[in-house]
Design a protein around this ligand. Structure first.
Ligand code: ADP
Ligand code: MG
Length: 424
């Protein structure tokens, strides 16, 4: 298929950023062993950039001449992509810069986006090298789709952009505490979960959110007739030429279509809300901060929670997790209905009082995305567009995309399709 690829499209120029210390410290070997040959065969020219320290990638993309690159690809865990996205959003030309297609090759211990993208392609679950091959193949195919980002404000005025998750309590603690087991790879989360279960604690705080108002559901079976699914729009990396599907890649594409039609209600909701937010964003444009899209749904942390928001009555939590991709880790299918650009923050929280065995059962069920079917009265799930979290417990951890951020009040809102992602 490499030959077919080079005949139908001009070669793409891809910058591949590798964190040599991510995961078990084998990202470079994994790249040369599994991906390099694939890219050569598919005639995809690339430049390998090995990061030398934390925030190296962020500084690099902040200054890069992006006209030189058709895609920025991360060979690491989710942490390096977090750097790249924030580097792009730091730029004065952020609006154009964030349109640069982003790709992910799993080379870390936390490969949530890679697992999610693989899942969206409707392929059977894959781990480790198999997941890497799948993501390498997607990069060779070069199809690009929209990716939601979440804008996050911290009490110190820090403003971050996130593609994966915002976590407080149990999940954040496991994320950070398990970093010391990074050398064991993705299984570090299971180890961290077991350790944290032994020292289970309650976290006090206030949570409020703007719920998604679901459009009325159409009768079962009529969904297709009422809303004929549009063919998925998948511009290719090199959008100057039309995207050509490779012969042996077509089963994937077909299954993606099935997925789209089965969820046509869901998609139509997402689309209408996208429009509403885009309009709001445009309205707020003049009053918004320079250098970022205005967060028209947020009031500011010094203001009361806006009207129309739901304030959660409980103040004792075991965890709060906002996730906007399907997977929290390679084997944690946390938000079963999520897609890269559904326009939703999938908000989960677990209230205090849950037993250790019940919490463990939830995480074990999550491997198959079955945790919501456990009937656990302490687990709550809501689709939201914005949220505010105000920890009361004086100490704790908050993570964004698996990276620790300043502990304290935080506000977040979704920006549907703000970025672009290489996907299957
Ligand atoms: P993992 O999944 O193994 O945690 P990540 O991609 O999340 O891998 O990277 C872990 C951390 O390492 C992130 O905070 C990232 O910013 C940082 N980082 C990136 N490049 C380097 C480097 N060359 N040396 C040290 N840390 C780095
Ligand atoms: Mg990480």
């Amino acid at each position: 298929w490499g030959v077919v690829y080079s005949e139908v499209r001009r070669p793409c120029r891809v910058m591949i950023l590798v964190n040599p210390h991510s995961g078990r410290g084998q990202a470079l070997q994994l790249f040369s062993g599994h991906v390099q040959g694939m890219l050569t065969e598919a005639a995809v020219p690339y430049k390998l950039v090995i990061t030398e320290h934390q925030n190296h990638a962020r500084e690099l993309v902040r200054k890069a001449d992006l006209s030189q690159w058709d895609a920025l690809v991360i060979m690491s865990g989710d942490g390096l992509l977090f750097e790249v996205i924030n580097g792009l959003m730091d730029r004065e030309d952020w609006e154009q810069a964030i349109q640069t297609p982003l790709g992910i090759l799993p080379g870390g211990s936390g490969n949530a986006l890679a697992a999610s993208v693989h899942h969206y392609s409707q392929s059977p679950p894959a781990w480790n090298e198999e997941l890497l091959l799948s993501c390498g193949f997607m990069l060779c195919k070069g199809l690009v789709g929209p990716l939601d980002l979440v804008s996050i404000h911290l009490a110190s005025q820090q403003h971050l952009f996130s593609f994966l998750s915002l976590a407080w309590g149990f999940v954040a603690d496991v994320d950070i505490e398990s970093e010391k087991y990074r050398h064991v790879g993705a299984i570090r989360f299971l180890m961290g979960t077991l350790v944290r279960l032994a020292t289970l604690r309650v976290y006090q705080g206030r949570l409020a959110y703007l719920p998604v108002k679901e459009a009325p559901r159409y009768p079962k079976g009529n969904a297709k007739a009422v809303h004929p699914p549009a063919a998925p729009q998948r511009p290719s990396l090199c959008s100057s030429l039309p995207c050509q599907q490779l012969p042996n890649a077509s089963p994937n594409q077909n299954s993606h279509r099935n997925h789209t039609s089965a969820n046509s209600n869901h998609n139509s909701i997402a689309n209408s809300s996208n429009n509403a937010i885009t309009t709001k964003r445009a309205e707020a444009q003049s009053g918004g901060r320079s250098g970022a899209p205005p967060d028209s749904l947020l009031a500011g942390l010094d203001q009361p929670v806006p009207e129309g928001w739901t304030v959660v009555r409980e103040e004792d939590f075991v965890l709060v997790l906002a996730i906007y991709q399907s997977h929290l880790a390679e084997d944690l299918w946390t938000a079963p209905g999520a897609s890269a650009d559904d326009g939703f923050i999938h908000l989960f929280y677990v209230t205090a009082g849950i037993s250790r065995p019940a919490l463990l059962r939830l995480f074990l069920a999550m491997e198959k995305g079955a945790h919501l079917a456990c009937g656990c009265p302490h687990l709550v799930y809501e689709k939201v567009r914005a949220l505010r979290l105000e920890p009361i417990s004086p100490q704790g951890m908050i993570t964004v995309d698996g990276e620790m951020v300043e502990y304290g009040p935080v506000e977040a809102q979704i920006h549907p399709g703000l970025a672009r992602l290489v996907c299957g």
